[in-house]
Design a protein around this ligand. Structure first.
Ligand code: ATP
Ligand code: MG
Length: 354
């Protein structure tokens, strides 16, 4: 199994380093062999190659089974023109890999309930939601433009979805729900948008092939409200590019722990891109302070979605939970009476608890 490793900038190398420590422990315990190949992206690539996304980085990724990425960007490169910014490298790689779905779990570990922004009643035993956001269609890529009109200008963006685009992300969401609590909530604005009406029709049709999965249809304004009011009702949220952008950030903030949030972006084959939700955190880079758990949980998603190693993925997630049970915390998730540890110690503890 070939893994392209892109440490990137800021805390990226520190957190990716600990995810590798944990993957090595998985390899040992379960008798797998992971081949890691490092590649440059973002500021790290700019410093060495003069571009944020060197060709060889793209080649390494396309030859791999999965890509593990830290984070890119930082103040050092902030004044470069747009196409030379580290973030341009990140957008380029996401595009080059033909990813069509972004998966963002929002999970409140019971040990970290006090960090959540939710009230105790709304939180209950903790929440465990997976937002599946479509990435290739919608208002991001439809026709857009500007024109002069009397008294000023007009500007427009067009939301477009095809049957095929909705079908492929819907199948993915239903298959994923089968490995979870078997509930899909499809979120759209079908009372107003034609693209949402097609979305709703296609998702409902695909849903007929998954009789064992419950399907609910919800308007996005209601979904935004329900996430705060009654987050327990959600298992998998399946939604469009635009609504997914907003709802995945909303769901993430319910957990209150940026350093705990992983993500996966999937394409048609097994090749996927796995990265923490947080950025390069230049304010704490190089100080052994960063929480590596978001990246370690991203590696668990890699085991699950690119390598189909469910037992191994769960072993990583259980090890994280055990270390939290033992009272260890990085400073960003510190709770009263916790044992504060650095990036490296947190990674080693999780690896030892495998
Ligand atoms: P970007 O534009 O790359 O998303 P950002 O500045 O919006 O960057 P982050 O880099 O994620 O956001 O940082 C936001 C805050 O959260 C910072 O104060 C940072 O130190 C903190 N932070 C982010 N990730 C972690 C982590 N893994 N562990 C501890 N603190 C973190
Ligand atoms: Mg940011």
């Amino acid at each position: 199994m070939k893994i392209a490793v892109i440490p990137g900038d800021g805390i990226g190398p520190e957190v990716v380093g600990q995810a590798i420590v944990v993957l090595e422990a998985v390899a040992q315990k379960f008798g797998h062999r992971f081949e890691f190949q490092e590649a440059l992206l973002g500021g790290a690539a700019l410093d060495v190659k003069g571009v944020p996304l060197p060709d060889e980085t793209m080649e390494i990724c396309l030859k791999s089974d999965a890509v593990l990425l830290g984070a890119v960007g930082g103040p050092k490169w902030d004044n470069l023109p747009g196409h030379l910014r580290p973030e341009a490298g990140l957008l380029g790689i996401r595009k080059g890999l033909n990813l069509f779905a972004n998966l963002r779990p929002a999970k409140v570990f019971p040990q970290l309930k006090s960090n959540s922004t939710l009230k105790e009643e709304a939180l209950g035993e903790g929440i465990d939601i997976l937002v599946v956001r479509e990435l290739t269609g919608d208002i991001y890529f439809g026709e857009k433009g500007r024109a002069k009109i009397p008294g000023g200008e007009k500007a427009w963006d067009t939301a477009v979805y095809t049957t095929y685009e909705v079908e492929r992300v819907a199948h993915l969401a239903f298959r994923i729900a089968r490995g979870r609590r078997r509930k899909v909530t499809s979120v759209d604005k079908a009372n107003v948008l034609e693209s949402s009406r097609l979305w709703r029709e296609v998702v409902s049709k695909v849903g007929e092939q998954y009789n064992d999965v419950e399907l609910n249809l919800m308007y996005v304004d209601n979904a935004a409200m329900q996430l705060i009011k009654n987050p327990h009702q959600f298992d998998v949220i399946l939604t469009t590019n635009m609504f997914g952008d907003i709802l995945s950030d909303e769901a993430a903030m319910l957990t209150g722990s940026l350093g705990m949030l992983p993500s996966a972006s999937l394409g048609e084959g097994r090749l996927g891109l796995y990265e923490p939700v947080h950025g390069s955190a230049p304010d704490i880079a190089g100080q052994d302070k960063a929480n590596p758990i978001a990246t370690i949980l991203s590696a668990a998603m890699m085991l699950r979605y690119s390598f189909y190693l469910e037992e191994e993925a769960q072993a990583v997630e259980n090890a994280v939970s055990k270390v939290l049970d033992q009272g260890y915390r990085t400073s960003d998730i510190a709770t009263p009476g916790a044992k504060i540890v650095g990036t490296k110690e947190m990674g080693s503890l999780i690896a030892q608890n495998m």
